[in-house]
Design a protein around this ligand. Sequence first.
Ligand SMILES: CC(C)(COP(=O)(O)OP(=O)(O)OC[C@H]1O[C@@H](n2cnc3c(N)ncnc32)[C@H](O)[C@@H]1OP(=O)(O)O)[C@@H](O)C(=O)NCCC(=O)NCCS
Length: 182
Amino acid sequence: MDFYTNRLHIRPVNINDSKSLFNYRSDSETHRFLSLIPKTIEDVSDFICRTSSSINIPGTWFQFVIIERDSDILIGDIGIHFIETDSENMQTEIGYTLDKNFRGKGYAMEALTEIIDYLINDLNKHRIIASIDPINIDSIRLIERLGFRREAHFKESLFFHGEWVDDLIYAILAKEWKNKSN
Ligand SMILES: CC(C)(COP(=O)(O)OP(=O)(O)OC[C@H]1O[C@@H](n2cnc3c(N)ncnc32)[C@H](O)[C@@H]1OP(=O)(O)O)[C@@H](O)C(=O)NCCC(=O)NCCS
């Protein structure tokens, strides 16, 4: 399952990507808002092994990687959580990370647009959400550029990296995404 945009190639992660992911995900500024804080390449390999090898399985995360086509460098990743509380499996959560050397170029926007199109048009998802720390300004700018609405601001609802933090929930419905694309 490969996707090609103007500048990017997006494909499922595999174990051979461990070192490339480790290179940018071990950076403390990059993983500040992420659950995974890898200390070794093996930590990333374990993370990859824990992700689902099949897409669209309720209760699992599926992980894509983003490759810059010009350079063939792995520059980021997108995770998709198929939310199991929904018996019809029609809602997903997205997460995303770019190597800091490849930000500010619109790559996350380009990759997520492709993946959201796929989730809505091919996998028939009804609603997509994102969970964001209110101080993660770059992520908020990105998700709002994509057309997601802010639905909730939970106060100190997550115990994250040793402290209670707030959580913003953003969402977009399939019909909103399709209207936006017209
Ligand atoms: C969240 C994250 C992916 C956003 O990355 P980003 O580079 O800001 O987002 P994009 O790749 O879409 O780039 C958008 C920027 O590129 C600029 N840009 C430059 N050339 C562009 C082009 N050709 N097309 C589109 N945008 C372009 C845009 O103007 C925008 O800049 P601005 O935000 O200053 O207005 C990144 O900050 C990140 O990986 N953070 C660490 C992990 C993280 O916190 N993940 C989210 C957890 S909720």
